[in-house]
Design a protein around this ligand. Sequence first.
Ligand code: DOR
Ligand code: ZN
Length: 347
Amino acid sequence: MMKKLTLRRPDDWHLHLRDDAMLQGILPETTRHFARAIIMPNLVPPVVTGADAAAYRNRILAALPDDAAFEPLMTLYLTEDTDPADVAAAHASGLVKAVKLYPAGATTNSNSGVRDFDRVRAVFETMAEIGLPLCVHGEVTTASVDIFDREAVFIDTVLDPIRRATPGLRVVMEHITTRQGVDYVRAGGEDLAATITTHHLIINRNHILVGGIKPHYYCLPVAKREEHRLALRAAATSGEARFFLGTDSAPHIDSLKEQACGCAGCFTATNTMAILAHVFDEEGALDQLERFTSLNGPAFYRMPANDSTLTLEKTTEPADWPAKILTGAGPVTVFDPGFPVHWQVHD
Ligand code: DOR
Ligand code: ZN
């Protein structure tokens, strides 16, 4: 059995690369397969200004493997003090491709995020005028709202009011995890899209909790019930233009995942393409994989698709990858889908 599939080279529309020794250690895992990625700005301190983004971009370029052709697409971390003129200038220069909204306290390094959405109204107005997408971490942080309901409540109480108040604002709902997220995007018109991660196509909340707690399956937004995973799989494999891949590959060293209060994040850069080929094959949707990984994202971000290609092959033997990436910052465990994967990237 040998089957090959050649795609336009994929892009990752939501990626955490971190900095320093971690950046150096994990960057090749992405550049091996992906041509471009939207780079998350939640460093410590965050990437807030155009100048911060330019400096971070230079650090990423300096860390690239010698033979890598990879373009980091930079983002700004929205704070209540963000200057609309700085955002507009960073966009006009071609440096910045999106602004990231973290509700304060929602996830890793989100403390500088937004508490009062009225204080960022002027930035939203500017972004709507210039067509710069807003990438949204869509969870409310209200203590009384159950963690499994935080995405659905965010859509109704925060995102929908923002979009109604700011016509023309282009929004990417990042890493959607619910049927409500899928339905909202489908009903949302051409200014709304969503990224879907690899791991949310594989795990539901049982994978995290049944038979012992699995820290490497803990991420935010947390995986939900099976009905939601199935809705995500249907959306990803549908080929619909407003769903595309954003891995949210988010490395943390093992000692910070495997402890009493473990960090959120699944590291999927290494095996995302193999797993996705397996999933799309299972769903009888291999003909839609290129749309999800390589065509829908560039179309929404108004960029050309990549000219180069990536070939996947179906294999009799299960695919093999390192269990951990050994970085200078420490070991990072690669996401384990929990079943044998019969696809691999052909080098
Ligand atoms: O699981 C997550 N990890 N979700 C996020 O929103 C942030 C990310 C990280 O930076 O580790
Ligand atoms: Zn993320």
